[in-house]
Design a protein around this ligand. Structure first.
Ligand code: S3P
Length: 167
């Protein structure tokens, strides 16, 4: 039985893309928590925020994430805000290795702005986004491992993760 490999970090940090590549390489199941929530509610993340509010989203996010963290042999991409939740961080301690895909704001902001479907980011100015990144980074730094992605391409990021996970 293998521990879950859990990718954390800001929106736009590549958690889903990297998770999918990893799952092909090491033949573990890949779960993208945002996608699971969309399937479960039959609504897009933006619609959930708009119609039901962020608190409702955070509740389902906690339930879904904790449920998947209790199993094993999975690669899991968390939503960008999930690691801020104490219960999720506690659940990560038992059977998972968490890896923070860390990018500096300079790289992250254009990646976030390109995608208009992110309710948490769409209402923020550039400065507010920088603030959010700085605030969250303090918490993301509690992950088991951190990868500084600024100078790396996808393959290099994947290699680093595999080295951490398979060692
Ligand atoms: C959020 C990030 C999103 C999604 C929701 C809230 C956040 O996930 O969970 O829009 O608070 O950072 P991604 O990081 O997969 O974009």
């Amino acid at each position: 039985m293998k521990k879950n490999l859990v990718l954390i970090g800001m929106m736009g940090s590549g958690k889903s893309t990297i998770g999918r590549i990893l799952s092909k390489k090491i033949k573990l199941n890949f779960f993208d928590i945002d996608k699971l929530i969309e399937q479960k509610t039959d609504l897009s993340i933006s619609e959930i925020f708009k119609r039901k509010g962020e608190d409702f989203f955070r509740e389902i996010e906690e339930k879904t994430t904790v449920k998947y963290l209790k199993s094993s042999n999975n690669i899991i991409a968390l939503g960008g805000g999930a690691f801020l939740n104490n219960n999720i961080r506690a659940a990560l301690k038992t059977n998972s290795i968490s890896i923070w895909l860390n990018w500096s704001s300079k790289f992250l902001i254009p990646r976030i702005s390109k995608n208009k479907t992110r309710p948490k980011a769409s209402e923020l100015s550039k400065n507010e986004l920088v603030e959010l990144i700085n605030e969250r980074s303090k918490i993301y730094s509690m992950a088991d491992y951190e990868i500084n992605c600024d100078k790396l391409n996808k393959n290099e990021i994947v290699k680093k993760i595999l080295k951490i996970y398979e060692d």
